[in-house]
Ligand binder design. Structure first.
Ligand code: ADP
Length: 295
């Protein structure tokens, strides 16, 4: 079993020729409402990757709530402990121009209410617990305290988290940029490291992490566990159409395979194949494979 405590949003994406400047109005060609939020994306990925999955988060009492959770419900993700907040369902307001350049404003809304109190009220967290950086740190810490199995921490975005809690991650799953930011946080350094990823990985492990995966986009990922040699797994060679939500697909799939009993390297290898399928289709949740036959 996998339990994801995290964010769920509605992405409002408008397509336009060029992005408006300050004070300017442009006419957009079309828009789309789609479910998003790292927590919800990862929950869908874990479920589709074969794990019995529960999502714990919060939505508003508004029409967006149904959209935010629609794909999860359809896929059979357990949603009984999603709380309803007086705050609106989280939204990401995304503008995309004809060159695929974007500008994004995120309103956390109900996600900002997933605090220690709300997570505590949920009670027991079953199986592998998966957390991201889109809910308050107090919610993340409480979920870690309640976890009885491994905690997969995808600290994206990178928020301040006490060292003791960061080091509970097993594994920490982050991209190269986030890895450098977290190293800076652990080092208490003024500047971000520009060293190569394997060096950053070694340094993160030297702080006492049990295990770590750094994702490298089309270059695959680095996998390292305390006391073992670092491995670089290559990505599947595919024609990428839209990488939105690929990192979330990867994290959810890693958790699903860990719950199944895979080693971290086996789980990351599967997750790479799973994520490669998602970059070949548009959207985040819409691009996640509904069948594992291709794997
Ligand atoms: P994020 O979106 O969080 O930065 P990455 O871009 O590192 O995450 O992607 C996560 C994983 O998705 C990668 O480790 C890889 O397995 C897979 N992936 C991403 N982009 C591609 C691509 N162009 N081709 C194949 N696999 C990809």
């Amino acid at each position: 079993q996998v339990t994801i405590v995290g964010s769920s949003n509605v992405d409002i994406t408008a397509l336009m020729n060029r992005l408006p400047g300050p004070g300017e109005t442009v006419l957009a060609d079309s828009y789309q409402l789609s479910p998003g939020g790292k927590g919800a994306n990862q929950a869908l990925a874990a479920q589709l990757a074969g794990a019995r999955t529960e999502f714990i988060g919060a939505v508003g009492e508004d029409s967006h709530a149904k959209i935010a959770l629609g794909q999860l419900e359809e896929a059979g993700v357990k949603l009984d402990r999603v709380s309803t907040s007086r705050q609106p369902t989280g939204v990401a307001i995304i503008q995309v121009d004809s060159g695929a350049e974007n500008s994004i404003a995120v309103v956390s809304g109900a996600n900002s209410t997933v605090t220690a109190e709300v997570v505590n009220a949920a009670g027991t967290l079953h199986g592998i617990v998966v957390l991201q950086g889109e809910i308050p740190a107090s919610g993340i810490k409480t979920a870690m305290d309640l976890a009885t199995d491994k905690v997969v921490l995808n600290l994206a975005p990178v928020i301040e988290l006490d060292r003791d809690y960061l080091l509970k991650a097993n594994p920490l799953v982050v991209n190269e940029h986030e890895a450098a930011l977290i190293l800076q946080q652990l080092d208490g350094s003024e500047t971000m490291s520009t060293e190569a990823e394997p060096v950053i990985a070694e340094k993160l492990m030297a702080h006492g992490l049990a295990s770590l995966v750094i994702t490298l986009g089309a270059n695959g990922c680095l996998v390292v566990e305390q006391g073992t040699e670092m491995q670089q797994l290559s990505a599947v060679k595919v024609k990428a159409l839209d990488t939105t939500g690929a990192g979330d697909a990867f994290t959810g799939a890693v958790a699903a395979r860990l719950a199944h009993g895979d080693t971290l390297a086996q789980a990351a290898d599967f997750a790479g194949k799973f994520a490669a399928l998602t970059v070949q289709a548009h959207g985040a949740q819409a691009s996640y494979p509904r069948s594992l036959d291709a794997l």
